[in-house]
Design a protein. Structure first.
Length: 320
């Protein structure tokens, strides 16, 4: 499953969204407000997304097998990417579709149940706010000194960034729906309802695109953080015995790093001495960065021009 903090935030969001979705559907059937329908579908999509994150965490915990020798850690990234697709299509595009039809045939919110959407939206803001606070609290433990934007871009575990963005979008969407419904009730003009629905759709599409871009980067394969790479290099070099020629890292999953390195050894070094140096280096790396689960170190004959021939490392987009 996802790491403890991620699971707690996901479950809190799931419980909140299931309750909110039920109330929103009741409000929609009583008032026929398009903003309420868009918000109800949004909550259903969010509930499905949280289930996807939990399923992804469970499948990622499966042991490695001959067909998947590096394990299933990447499942968490795949399911997070599916979440962005669901949010884009079921949430964003549906809201825009509903807004278009409401704009073509605007009708006010009438009848004795006019107060229901107001009560549901206010209650939804309270429940969603609670879920958002849980996500913020759990994320602070992993965020450290990073800004929130950098945390979302750099996080290797997808659950917390996904829940943060989903809950943020849900809160803003509820406020937009509340404004739209209130203006529709005050003016009797259904165009306000349609406009609010359109704003919700645009918001969900933007959040979905952001999630898709960030998760796509994880799916393609990201290196370890700069801090972990420095720690791995330091452990690999030891007391200066090993000259690091090449070092590459890759996150196989949020808590699993693959390390591949080439070190220079003296031409007269014996096989036993080289093996001992490699084993010692592996042990130091695992102590320094416990997430370095798979380590492959290749020895090569030390050449005088190695240091000058190795190109400088180019920072990734997320390190700028």
């Amino acid at each position: 499953m996802a790491a403890g903090g991620g699971n707690k935030a996901v479950i809190a969001a799931l419980i909140a969204n299931l309750g909110i979705a039920t109330l929103k559907f009741i409000a929609y059937f009583l008032t026929r407000s398009s903003a309420m329908l868009a918000e109800a579908i949004h909550s259903v999509a969010d509930s499905g997304n949280q289930l996807l994150l939990l399923v992804g965490g469970k499948t990622a915990a499966k042991e490695a097998d001959p067909e998947h020798p590096f394990g299933h850690g990447g499942d968490r990234y795949i399911y997070a990417f599916v979440v962005s697709i669901v949010l884009f299509s079921v949430g964003g595009l549906f809201a825009l579709y509903e807004a278009y039809h409401k704009w073509q045939d605007p009708h006010p919110i009438e009848g004795r149940w006019w107060w229901v959407p107001i009560a549901v939206l206010v209650g939804g803001i309270a429940l969603e706010g609670r879920s958002f606070l849980v996500a913020v609290s759990e994320s602070k433990k992993a965020k450290g000194e990073q800004s929130w934007g950098r945390f979302i871009r750099n996080a290797k575990a997808p659950e917390l960034p996904v829940i943060l963005l989903e809950d943020f979008a849900a809160l803003i969407g509820l406020v937009l729906a509340l404004i739209a419904v209130t203006l529709t009730l005050l003016t009797g003009n259904g165009l306000w309802d349609a406009a609010g629905t359109a704003c919700i759709g645009v918001l969900l599409v933007l959040i979905a695109v952001t999630l898709a871009v960030e998760t796509k980067s994880l799916l393609l394969g990201e290196s370890a953080s700069k801090t972990d790479v420095r720690a791995i290099r330091t452990a690999l070099e030891g007391e200066g015995d090993n000259h690091v020629i090449h070092l590459k890292t890759l996150h196989l999953g949020p808590e699993e790093i693959l390390v591949a390195a080439k070190i220079g050894v003296q031409p007269d070094a014996g096989a036993k001495a080289v093996v001992e140096r490699i084993n010692d280096a592996e042990a130091r790396i695992r102590r320094a960065v416990p997430m370095a689960r798979l380590i492959y170190i290749e020895p090569d004959i030390e050449q005088p021009d190695y240091r000058s021939s190795v190109p400088p490392r180019v920072p990734s987009r997320k390190e700028h």
